[in-house]
Design a protein around this ligand. Structure first.
Ligand code: HEC
Ligand code: HEC
Length: 259
């Protein structure tokens, strides 16, 4: 597997955000300025304009760093350059404070951690919901969020802004009540009497293609070799949600609302 540095830094950022709420809190820009003046000015200049031993922190390159990248470069340094890894000398909170101050030097409102972590939350309710989603509730086998997961059902990013509470509850409790366009169920009956159910994918004059319920296979059926092909009014989505306890339902809902 390829090392995915973006994910790693997102993860690091989550850890930082977590330690931020559990430790003394995020002191912010004022504290960041003191630390910056103490440790960084010598190479980056009082206003981030740069010094011979460092580089500007207000140029286009530094401005383009995402929050996660900014925090990562301060924490881990840049090997082979004068930029040291500060995570051994500064706490996670101090690094956040400094990063936040650098944003103000860049004329920005500060770190936008929520954006950088794409909605990652430290709410235990939400974290429990995410675990259910990816684990025992089985949602991730059919749904993606942030590009991870299966493709039998629609991607759920932004679901809470697409569906009002009542519609979201209905989609979960009674999936067949309304079927999202493009995610209809087809049933193919074969001459030996067996039937195959799946997500309709493609249709041509001679053949139809459906994706198996577990998402793993796309199967092509020649129309002249099957007994019948029909639409089903039943969603491929099992009514798992209805079988969960009230606490788990709340956790899952809380998680879906962060997407
Ligand atoms: C001894 C000099 C030195 C000190 C002290 C120093 N830096 Fe750096 N820093 C550098 C150099 C050199 C680079 C450029 C590395 C490179 O070539 O990618 C750099 C790069 C950076 C970058 C990346 C900028 C970009 O455009 O990619 C950030 C952010 C940064 N430093 C922040 C800090 C902060 C915050 C501190 C204080 C905690 C600090 N630096 C202390 C020398 C220093
Ligand atoms: C076997 C595959 C499958 C599983 C497992 C599954 N879903 Fe679905 N889901 C679908 C399909 C297919 C649709 C679209 C058809 C429909 O509207 O029912 C859908 C639709 C949805 C919708 C509505 C999306 C929209 O854009 O309107 C939500 C919300 C949803 N699922 C959430 C979940 C959650 C939460 C779980 C886990 C408890 C889950 N799903 C488990 C297949 C699945």
């Amino acid at each position: 597997m390829q090392f995915n540095s973006k994910r790693f830094y997102q993860f690091a950022l989550i850890l930082l955000s977590l330690s931020m709420v559990t430790s003394r809190g995020f002191a912010g820009v004022g504290e960041g300025q003191k630390l910056y003046d103490g440790y960084c000015v010598v190479c980056h200049g009082g206003l981030g304009e740069g010094q011979p031993m460092g580089k500007p922190l207000t140029d286009a390159v530094a401005n383009r760093l995402s929050d996660a990248e900014l925090i990562a470069v301060i924490s881990d340094g840049r090997s082979g350059t004068g930029m040291a890894a500060w995570s051994s000398n500064l706490s996670a909170t101090e690094i956040l404070d400094i990063a936040s101050y650098i944003r103000t030097l860049q004329g920005k409102p500060g770190l936008s951690l929520a954006d950088a972590a794409t909605g990652v939350s430290d709410d235990p309710q939400v974290l429990a919901g995410e675990q259910l989603f990816n684990g025992s509730a089985g949602c991730a086998t059919c749904h993606t969020y942030r590009d991870q997961g299966g493709s039998v059902g629609p991607a759920l990013d932004g679901i809470a802004s697409r569906l009002a509470d009542a519609a979201l509850q209905q989609a979960l409790l009674n999936p067949s009540a309304t079927i999202v366009e493009g995610y209809a169920t087809k049933i193919v009956q074969q001459p030996d009497g067996t039937t195959v159910r799946g997500r309709f994918r493609n249709d041509s004059e001679r053949a139809i293609q459906i994706q198996s319920e577990d998402g793993r296979r796309w199967v092509t059926f020649f129309k002249d070799r099957v007994t019948s092909i029909s639409d089903s009014s039943e969603s491929l989505m099992p009514a798992v949600f209805a079988t969960l306890g009230a606490a788990e339902q709340q956790q899952l809902l809380a998680f879906l609302k962060t997407l």
